[in-house]
Design a protein around this ligand. Structure first.
Ligand SMILES: Cc1cc2nc3c(=O)[nH]c(=O)nc-3n(C[C@H](O)[C@H](O)[C@H](O)COP(=O)(O)OP(=O)(O)OC[C@H]3O[C@@H](n4cnc5c(N)ncnc54)[C@H](O)[C@@H]3O)c2cc1C
Length: 393
């Protein structure tokens, strides 16, 4: 047997799982169709950001990358949510759950760089880049893969961490439920006239939610913009002159942070929701976006993926310590059942938010305002929301 596990997909979820299993001494192969290990210094602070909850932060500590990440990421201690169609605002403060922060905003590229640096030090982890899996052959005690460059590799377990369009999920014939949000996320980095401090803003508009998150870029405090907008409107925004784009943003955010300046070219990501009917099949198992892809409106996608990684790695390592098959069906089913429950709950919540706020029905608008005021004034409900956002269960 070449490997104990082959992990397909070196995004944050797959790379984290490889690191945890590799640090425990397992013989691992991490395979990616791109070359995620070669992120350049200039790209550290580009592209997607992630609001890491306290659970994800604990994982980064366990992997040994927290010290590095904490220096280059930014605390958020408050979340302020408002509805541009109404006057209500809800604020969530870390103090209300006796914590010093609700989480940290980090750059995905920076996370990846730190993880790959440590992976490079592990002789028991092989990294294969610019490789894709063409086929899977299930055996009784192992599984074999063929790659597009003609490699044949064998392992006890294959992990699909290859994102939303997962090839491992398709090759394992794991069915999914999926639907498009008919929205695109416009992402960029901004400078603002007024300081954002440690507050994450979420503004619900009729054409989609806008998130303004505090980020640190080389000692400078900036803002990560994630503007999820209906497709046609997003397309219009994408092709606006920068000054027009910023004017539109200032209008939608009610100039809460004054005037903005663009610090990075805008990029866009199509948004859809996807959920695998189950997270395993024989000797393959899914983690992260390959199992569940959700709307970025509450910044929970990666947090859910990292929670999968924690759960699965603990179960694999327990079986390994007991000298048992790490692709044991009962274990994979228990993992799938436990993670599905949590992920589906979050997806249902995101869907309700997305639909509720997209509606222009006056009764729904009134309901939203009442719900906002009620939430803001009801201590136990607020605490529940804050704990959910911070990843405390
Ligand atoms: C605009 C936006 C903002 C977001 N903000 C947040 C946030 O604030 N907080 C949060 O928690 N989440 C956020 N998310 C979600 C988060 O980015 C994703 O959940 C997360 O990146 C998924 O990680 P992953 O490792 O599972 O998959 P991916 O990041 O998609 O990685 C998949 C990897 O697999 C590789 N791959 C793909 N196909 C193949 C193949 N066939 N063979 C081999 N390799 C393959 C890819 O090259 C890639 O390296 C956001 C998402 C978007 C779109």
């Amino acid at each position: 047997m070449n490997y104990e596990a082959i992990i397909v997909g070196g995004g944050v979820a797959g790379a984290s799982l490889s690191l945890l299993l590799g640090q425990a001494g397992m013989k691992i192969c991490l395979l990616d169709k791109e070359n995620p290990s070669s992120i350049k210094q200039n790209d550290f602070f580009k592209g997607k950001t992630a609001s890491l909850n306290l659970n994800s932060i604990d994982l980064l500590k366990k992997m040994g990358i927290w010290e590095k990440i904490s220096k280059t990421s930014k605390d958020f201690t408050n979340i302020e949510v408002w509805d541009s169609e109404g006057s209500s605002v809800v604020t969530f403060d870390a103090k209300e759950i006796s914590e010093c922060r609700l989480g940290k905003i980090a750059h995905n590229n920076n996370l990846l760089k730190s993880i790959f640096d440590l992976l490079g030090e592990l002789p028991n982890v092989d990294l294969l880049e610019h490789e894709s899996v063409l086929s899977l052959n299930e055996g009784l005690e192992s599984i074999e893969i063929q790659t597009d460059s003609g490699l044949n590799l064998e392992a006890q377990l294959i992990v699909g961490a290859d994102g939303s369009m997962s090839s491992i999920r398709s090759l394992s014939s794991i069915p999914i439920r999926t639907w498009s949000y008919e929205q695109t996320a416009i992402v960029s980095l901004l400078e603002s006239e007024l300081p954002i401090n440690e507050t994450a803003y979420q503004i619900f508009t009729a054409t989609g939610p806008i998130a303004l998150l505090p980020v640190r870029v080389e000692e400078e405090d900036l803002i990560s913009l994630i503007w999820s907008a209906d497709k046609v409107y997003a397309n219009k925004l994408f092709f606006l002159e920068s000054s027009e784009f910023l004017k539109e943003l200032e209008l939608k955010t009610e100039s809460k942070l004054g005037r903005f300046k663009l610090r990075e070219e805008i990029s866009s990501f199509p948004l859809h929701q996807l959920h695998a009917i189950k997270y395993f099949s024989k000797r393959t198992v899914l983690v992260g976006d390959s199992a569940h892809t959700i709307h970025p409106l509450a910044g929970q996608g990666l947090n859910l993926g990292l929670a999968d990684v924690i759960d699965l790695s603990e179960r694999i390592l327990l079986l390994r310590r007991e000298g048992r098959d790490i692709a044991d069906e009962k274990m994979l089913k228990a993992y799938s059942d436990s993670r599905e429950k949590v992920n589906l709950r979050m997806m249902a919540m995101m869907e309700a938010f997305k639909r509720g706020f997209a509606s222009t029905n006056p009764w729904l608008k009134l309901g939203r305002n009442i719900a906002f005021s009620f939430t803001n004034e009801t201590k136990f409900l607020k605490k529940k929301f804050i704990k959910e956002a911070a990843g405390i269960t």
